[in-house]
Structure formats: structure tokens, C-alpha cells
Design a binder for this molecule. Sequence first.
Ligand SMILES: Cc1cc2nc3c(=O)[nH]c(=O)nc-3n(C[C@H](O)[C@H](O)[C@H](O)COP(=O)(O)O)c2cc1C
Length: 210
Amino acid sequence: MSYEAVRKDYVKHVLEESDCLENPIEMLENWLNEALKETQDANAMTLTTVSAEGKPSSRVVLIRKLDERGVIFYSNYSSKKASELKENPNAAVNFFWPWVERQVRVEGTVIKLPEAESDAYFKSRPRESQIGAWASDQSDEMTSRDQLEKRFQEVTQKFENKDVPRPEFWGGYIIQPSLIEFWQGRASRLHDRIKYEPFENRWKFKRLFP
Ligand SMILES: Cc1cc2nc3c(=O)[nH]c(=O)nc-3n(C[C@H](O)[C@H](O)[C@H](O)COP(=O)(O)O)c2cc1C
């Protein structure tokens, strides 16, 4: 198949300066909520981390909370992304919502979520997901699928009739934004782009060429 002929014009919405809120986190929340009306997959975002040697690496994670501190997601603290974040806290996330022809990019530095919040979220997860977190040495190589299934059974037995505690190696991260960009697809590739950056204790936005 030739990908050169795959084309589409973006015509659904516009992004005017007058649509831009003072606080881009509120604006991201509005866009996310709109996107979620179509499908719950809208909470998926591509997270890029960079190793100490400067090699980037991307994968999808789910946004679990958005507040004044930034974008919150959960993961394994021994995974590849976690070891990269430990060496280099700079990260970026990208949302793409084709059904509203929108993209949002967030760049910033990452810190761990306070443990009490990770505990509370872990507690709210389905039991199978809690057990799954214990069973997985995320990003490590394994010998076969059986190894994972066996671990899942072992952990299930270990915590039978007990609450599953949060593993120390699993928890949340906050991406503290230093840049948030809203992209709205427009006709003829004349897309709208609005970039927010912090300025004197508030946010300032600028329009970018598409
Ligand atoms: C839709 C979707 C949602 C995902 N959500 C998460 C998540 O919230 N946290 C997570 O650690 N991995 C999540 N993953 C798995 C990651 O993409 C990735 O495979 C895993 O975190 C290991 O990444 P790493 O080896 O780069 O650390 C998700 C994958 C998909 C496709």
C-alpha cells in the first residue's frame, strides 16, 4: 500500500485566541473531557523519556489525574521508563485525538507522586491489576509467558483473603509542565497551534506557524 496517497483534510473545529483559557491545565482538562465523550481510549498518551546518554524512548501510558501539579500517570518504578526518568527527569507526553482532530503536547520534568496518593490509587484498582503489578518485573526479559502466569498464580495465593498492598516498586509520577501546546487540525494544513509557557508566575500563550 502506498502511504503517500493517504490524506485527509481537518475541518471539524477551530482554535481562536479567544478560546484560550488563562490556565492551560484547565484547557487540557476541557479538551480531554471532550475527547473522552467519544471513547475512553482518549486517556492514552505517548510518553517520551530520554536516557542519560540522550537516547529517546516512547510508549503509551494512561493519564490518571490532571491537577495544578501536572499530568499524573502510574507505572513500575523499575521499568525502562523509570530508570530513564531517574537519570533524566525531562519527559514529554503527547495526546492525539483524531476524532476531534486535536493533538496536545506537554513537556516538563517528572517527580514521583507522594506515596500516600499512590497507595490510595493502588487500593482503588481491580484486584487482578493489583496482583498483576506484583507479578511483573516490567521491562525485564523473561523466559516464557508461563513464567508470568505462574507468578500471577503465586501472588494470587500469597494474598488470598488479604488486601493486596502496593508494591514499593510501583507508583505514580507527576509530569510538571513547562510547555503545553494545543494543536487543532484545519483545512489545507493551515492548522492552529497555541503554545503556553510559564511567565512571571502565570502562563503566557503564543500562536505558532503550523
Ligand atoms: C493503551 C495502553 C495503556 C497503557 N498504560 C500504561 C500505564 O498506564 N502504565 C504503564 O506503566 N504502562 C502502560 N502501558 C504499557 C506501556 O506502553 C509499556 O509497554 C510499559 O509501560 C513498559 O514500558 P518501558 O519498558 O518503556 O518502561 C500501556 C500500553 C497501552 C497500549
